[in-house]
Ligand binder design. Sequence first.
Ligand SMILES: [Zn+2]
Length: 299
Amino acid sequence: MNEIPEVETMRSVLQRDLVGRRVKLATVTVGKLVKPHKSAKEFRTALEGHAIKEAQRLGRNLVFLLDNGHRLVLNAGSGQILMAATAKVTKPKFTQLVISFDTTGELRVVDPKGDARAYVAKPPVEGEGAEVSKFARLSVGGDGLALRKAINELADVGIDAIEDQIGWDRFAAVMRSRTTPLVEVLTDERIFSGLGDLYADEILFSAGLHPTRSAESLTTIEIRRLHRSFLEIIADAIKHEGTSFEDAPWTDPYGKAGSYQKFVQVFKREGQPCFQCRAPIKRVTSKTHDTYFCEKCQA
Ligand SMILES: [Zn+2]
């Protein structure tokens, strides 16, 4: 699972270890990974020889600013981004991209399901940038808006809990414009990026709101509570370096697991007692996802 806390954990590790290093070679084994390019060769040519100046993030995308002002974008999808100390370390099955540097070590993109993406984006020509989505335009701070404007492919990435620093009033405008259930609003990638089922469930539990309530029915006090939980849960999960379940063993690029699973209140806890009130955790199933909640705490 690569949601904002996991991708942010990867970003901070890679910011520490990749900045200042120059790409020597990029080896692509599955062309689909670099699909935004005409060919793997085009991708390689755009990347090789350039040094990495900064590691940024927007939603589930890692963005590496290169020394020529272009940006390498990596979206691991459901796969993994791993660092290997040397090229001799055995490559995991489904390794689709290997980037080596002028100093020792390699970055590898491992993508069993084939939903990862890698590309080098040029800054758009003045006046030719893609239109930023109406939700993303609510961004007020951080690097969110600048990244969407710099990378056409990211123009419609939904609101990022960290990078967009959206205040409660703008958050309220989003909620008041949606008649759909809260859990669907939070997991709609066009509106909010990188929350996923786990963090959406935990945010709603923390805010004491029932997941099937319509977003527009919230009172001002409830919206303020939801906004606070939205920021706090994501910040907390970043502090604990993401979530790694036994059946979804996420790790950072060096194989270190996250620890937020120790703090999870409802996600995948159906039938187990709520840590707050002891009532059994419930699950509702929709076409797109399973939602976990406490009937008593989220009445
Ligand atoms: Zn409860």
